[in-house]
Ligand binder design. Sequence first.
Ligand code: S3P
Ligand code: PEP
Length: 445
Amino acid sequence: MATVTAEPNPPRLSPWAAPTATGPVTATVRLPGSKSMTARALILSALADGPSVIERPLRARDTELMSAGLRAIGVAVDTAGEERWQVEPGPLRGPARVDVGLAGTIMRFLPPVAALADGTVEFDGDPHARKRPMGPIVEALRSLGVVIDSSPTGGLPLTVRGSGLVEGGEVVIDASASSQFVSGLLLSAPRFGKGLVLRHEGPPVPSAPHLRMTTHMLRAAGAVVDESVPDVWTVEPGALRGRTWVIEPDLSGAAPFFAAAMVTGGSVTLAGWPSGRSPGLGGPAESWQPVGQVIELLRGLGAAVTLDESGLTVRGTGELHGITASLSELSELTPVIAALAALADGPSELRGVEHIRGHETDRIAALATELGKVGAAVTEFRDGLRVEPRPLHAASFETYADHRMAHAAAVIGLAVPGISLTDVACTSKTLPEFPELWAGLVARS
Ligand SMILES: O=C(O)C1=C[C@@H](OP(=O)(O)O)[C@@H](O)[C@H](O)C1
Ligand SMILES: C=C(OP(=O)(O)O)C(=O)O
């Protein structure tokens, strides 16, 4: 049986004292590629009719495990190159075992690919991965004729018993718990015999920009996609083209670094932002990440933001305002925004993110507990948080194996001496070099 060899176990705990800034953090940061774009590029390349190249990918636990999972089912993924990965599709086959780690992108994007394989593919992951919602995508695949054994909750561990083809057709899903249910089905849909008509019924699908990223990238690979009817996506059956993907720097991964500029009155530039000339990927206005919404949010919190040839620059103005906002579209940024809210000059209400209770941890509960521990007054709602700043103090901040909880703690630590993280190694999920990068940046403040 083909098994995953890349880092099968969760990283070991690594307690960490968050460095406190002594002056403005001013730096240009070069971050690796977007996690979400790298994941999609890997899947689309694996399903293509020829080889692909992925330039400037993210090399982190989520994408290493995704590559290993694809290798286990017959795709040649060469990740030896620092800046350039190569993917050579092959016949998809089991038996295989896939370790999803704690990655939503793997547990939701790979089972539909496994459904196209000939043979059984078993999926499991970190302890908390078993708690993340999977039911709707498992049910959708079953209704398309795919045989899946799953736990009674519909979640991990599960086994996909692929027959080598998926007929496809029409399916209704409630994707209010994660946009990744929709993205996962759409990414494999061109390879379904009849394609796919996917209709969402239920409360709104969160993280809409990630859905747009999925449809943009599908089209860039040659798929015919219609999303003109709200909550309905149609993907025609057809071949996907191998191509060169140029991955943009990770905007979500940049959030704590931007926050550092805002908290310390400094300036952080994210370099390598796509210029007008990057192949097929458009200029800054055409980024496949929600840069416009991020800029608007950071401005609302008091930052000055510019986007030009040198990159995306966020400057602290000495003012950090509380905000009332729905973070539904930028939900993965909630921990860092909540940390900023705890350091702001007035209260904030961050709503519209009930589904982040199903992220790497229950982020609403975790933020309420940990921000409360450092001294903020926090009210927990079903779908978000109210954060009232108070004088903050030293504390041990639990990270819950969640990279973005670690980012939130690091941001608080810039302004509050004595913040220690129970674990910083969890940042390896999306940026293994986070502790060194962050310490280097703060040391120069
Ligand atoms: O498709 C993707 O790459 C992602 C979609 C979002 O998931 P949810 O819709 O579950 O929030 C986001 O939070 C996650 O970090 C990445
Ligand atoms: C929600 C996140 O990740 P995942 O892709 O594992 O869902 C995240 O990175 O904030």
